[in-house]
Design a protein. Structure first.
Length: 203
């Protein structure tokens, strides 16, 4: 089991000027509002209450930063595609995400969280395109894998891997059954450590 550094909340940001100093390395978690993003982040960090989870999709309305060892961070991005909020709020989220993803030098990569029962939605594909356009390494978590039979889960994994070959790495994940937690930790730590070693965006 890979050692994962202890995590702590740093700040929530509604505007880019509220982001922590742009130094070190950070991995951001993105995903559709009901895909289990906060639960995945908590499982990887080994904390039950690091990122807020809710039965109401779209509760993550700010960009939340969590500190690890040294100048490494995890980042919880607002969920996309489902939240029942006013259009002006969605527009603000879009602008905030753009400012973050396109300009954040310390961003080592993205973890895109997809519900294994409904992967590769239009919003997921847009996020993958956006990630690729900005030269970011991307890892996909197919969450809620415990809701599928083993055969169904392996079929979905094979299909998604074929769709994103050369663009992103993919794994099965379940925060409930702890499926794939160690693998996800290894991927996140590798992204952070590569960034700090100077192998950053693939421009």
């Amino acid at each position: 089991m890979p050692h994962f550094p202890e995590s702590r909340f740093i700040t929530s940001s509604w505007q880019p000027h509220q982001f922590p100093p742009d130094e070190g390395a950070e991995v951001a978690f993105a995903g559709r509002s009901n895909a289990g993003k906060s639960s995945a982040l908590n499982a990887i960090a080994g904390r039950k209450d690091l990122a807020r989870t809710s039965k109401t999709p779209g509760r993550t309305q700010l960009i939340n930063f969590f500190g690890l060892d040294g100048s490494q961070r995890l980042v919880d991005l607002p969920g996309y595609g489902f939240a029942k909020v006013p259009e002006r709020i969605k527009d603000h989220w879009q602008e905030l995400l753009s400012r973050y993803i396109e300009a954040r030098d310390s961003l080592a990569g993205l973890v895109i969280v997809m519900d294994a029962r409904r992967p590769m939605t239009d919003f997921d594909v847009q996020m993958l395109d956006w990630s690729g356009a900005n030269g970011l390494a991307t890892h996909i978590l197919l969450t809620k894998a415990d809701k599928l039979s083993r055969g169904e889960a392996m079929t979905v994994l094979k299909q998604v891997r074929a769709q994103v070959e050369g663009v992103a790495t993919v794994q099965l994940f379940s925060a409930v059954a702890k499926t794939g937690v160690d693998e996800a930790r290894r991927e996140v730590l590798e992204l952070l450590n590569k960034k700090e070693a100077g192998k950053s965006r693939a421009f």
